[in-house]
Design a protein around this ligand. Structure first.
Ligand code: HEC
Ligand code: HEC
Ligand code: HEC
Length: 134
């Protein structure tokens, strides 16, 4: 096969949206424990921001699927990855899941983060701008 063909395949794989979000969302309650200590206080700061109440404080959006993608975490109807839509669109809706993924949480900007061996040396946190609002 010609070398240029494989270059093209690589480029397409690298650009495909599926490559951006493959992990499952954990939810902010999981980040809280480790990220609200001195020197690692991102949670302590986040709760003071509008992102932390982007769903709670805007009751008018809470039953409007055209507003929810930006006011919640992990809205992606193409993937079953524990984002808000997976609980909100479920029949019947999953209230515990909705509560877990409401508001604009850490993973809205950092991408889905899974725990265990993944966070640290093999961090799943992605720096690319594409994860914003994912
Ligand atoms: C078990 C503890 C623990 C949990 C839970 C945890 N973190 Fe971390 N996180 C750390 C430590 C330790 C670091 C290393 C950097 C530091 O000490 O500030 C880190 C670093 C990071 C970084 C910096 C980039 C990187 O890869 O090092 C980001 C972003 C981050 N965490 C996001 C999150 C998010 C989002 C969550 C929840 C979904 C979360 N963390 C949950 C312990 C944790
Ligand atoms: C494309 C993303 C997006 C969509 C879709 C969206 N919003 Fe927002 N919304 C935002 C952002 C970003 C902000 C914060 C703007 C700012 O603070 O300047 C915001 C802020 C708001 C605020 C102000 C909240 C406050 O406390 O200051 C209200 C109210 C609001 N949106 C209502 C809605 C409604 C109603 C819908 C659906 C009809 C909707 N939004 C759909 C992104 C979105
Ligand atoms: C609105 C988007 C956004 C949200 C929400 C957000 N972060 Fe970040 N975070 C960033 C950006 C952007 C940086 C990079 C800052 C820089 O490099 O100066 C960052 C940096 C970090 C770092 C690296 C150390 C630092 O402070 O620079 C950690 C750890 C982190 N975030 C954890 C979290 C946790 C935990 C949450 C939720 C409690 C969270 N972030 C919520 C955008 C966000």
């Amino acid at each position: 096969m010609h070398k240029g063909y494989w270059m093209l395949v690589l480029v397409i794989v690298a650009l495909s949206p599926a490559a951006v979000v493959a992990q499952t969302y954990s939810g902010v309650a999981v980040c809280q424990g480790c990220h609200s200590v001195p020197g690692r206080d991102q949670y302590t700061y986040w709760v003071t921001t509008g992102h932390a109440v982007a769903y709670d404080s805007v009751t008018v959006i809470q039953n409007n699927p055209s507003c929810l993608p930006c006011h919640t975490t992990g809205w992606d109807t193409t993937q079953a990855n524990g984002g808000f839509d997976d609980f909100y669109l479920a029949q019947p809706p999953d209230q515990a899941g909705i509560t877990k993924m409401k508001n604009v949480q850490c993973e809205s900007c950092h991408g889905p983060v899974q725990f265990g061996g993944n966070h640290g040396d093999a961090s799943t946190i992605r720096p690319e701008a594409e994860v914003c609002g994912s």
